[in-house]
Structure formats: structure tokens, C-alpha cells
Write a protein that binds this ligand. Structure first.
Ligand code: THU
Length: 134
């Protein structure tokens, strides 16, 4: 059972999922990020006829967060109309890790109410980070 904060975030992700532009996969995804300041930013997947140009829901939420001047992710929710909770793709795990520490919870939800929560460290073990550049 997800906590109340996660449920709020899932509800926001479900709302923005309605705006997904996914005519090619027909797979609508919504994502919501809560920042350390308590603000919530959302995004949906935006596909393109030139397929590789499409963007994931998580990327949209991250872009909205950064555009608003926020950079610290405290919690993430992702929702899609699948049989089981859909995890962020590999690229989005790296994108989230840019602004989230390893303990940040990512709750994945289905439209039927199934939920699964994993930490960023569980989703992206052995992440490439700034320490390799130092
Ligand atoms: N997608 C997301 O938006 N987020 C994920 O975590 C998984 C996949 C999108 C990309 C594409 O528009 C569609 O789902 C099918 O892959």
C-alpha cells in the first residue's frame, strides 16, 4: 500500500497521462515528480512520426522541474495502462539520477491500482555519476 504522498503523486501522474501524445505506440504514460521544496511537476510521453524524436513522460517532468528552477527530486511516480507497473526506461533512470539521490522512491502504478515502489539505487545500480569525472 502506497503512502498518502505517493497516492497524491500517482493521481497527478494519472491526470497528465491524459495529455500523452502516443499515436504510434498507443501507450500513454504519465510521470510526476515531487521536489524537495514540495512542488509537483508532471510530464507525459510525446511521440513523433520520426520515432526516435519521441520523449518519455519522465523526461517531460524533469524538463518542467528544471525550467521552474528546481533541481532536487524527492519522489517520483509513473503510471501507464499496462498489466503490471511500468518501470522507467534505462535512459530515464539516468536522467532521474541526475537530480535524485539513491534513496529516492519511484512508485510505478497501473491504471488498475497496482503499485510497486523501488529506490533509485535499485533501479540504477552502479550508476555513472560525477565521481567518475572528478
Ligand atoms: N515511455 C515513457 O514515457 N516512460 C517510460 O518509463 C517507458 C516508456 C513511453 C515511450 C514511448 O512513447 C512509449 O512509452 C512506448 O515505449
Amino acid at each position: 500500500m502506497a503512502n498518502r504522498d505517493a497516492l497524491t503523486l500517482i493521481a497527478e501522474a494519472a491526470k497528465v497521462r491524459e495529455h500523452a501524445h502516443a499515436p504510434y505506440s498507443n501507450f500513454q504514460v504519465g510521470a510526476a515528480i515531487r521536489t524537495a521544496s514540495g512542488q509537483i511537476f508532471t510530464g507525459c510521453n510525446v511521440e513523433n512520426v520520426a520515432y526516435p524524436q519521441g520523449t518519455c513522460a519522465e523526461a517531460g517532468a524533469i524538463a518542467a522541474m528544471v525550467a521552474a528552477g528546481q533541481r532536487v527530486i524527492a519522489e517520483v511516480a509513473v503510471i501507464a495502462g499496462a498489466d503490471k507497473p511500468v518501470p522507467p526506461c534505462g535512459g530515464c533512470r539516468q536522467k532521474l539520477m541526475e537530480f535524485a539521490d539513491e534513496n529516492v522512491p519511484v512508485t510505478m502504478a497501473t491504471m488498475d491500482g497496482e503499485q510497486k515502489t523501488m529506490t533509485m539505487a535499485e533501479l540504477l545500480p552502479g550508476a555513472f555519476d560525477q565521481s567518475f569525472l572528478d
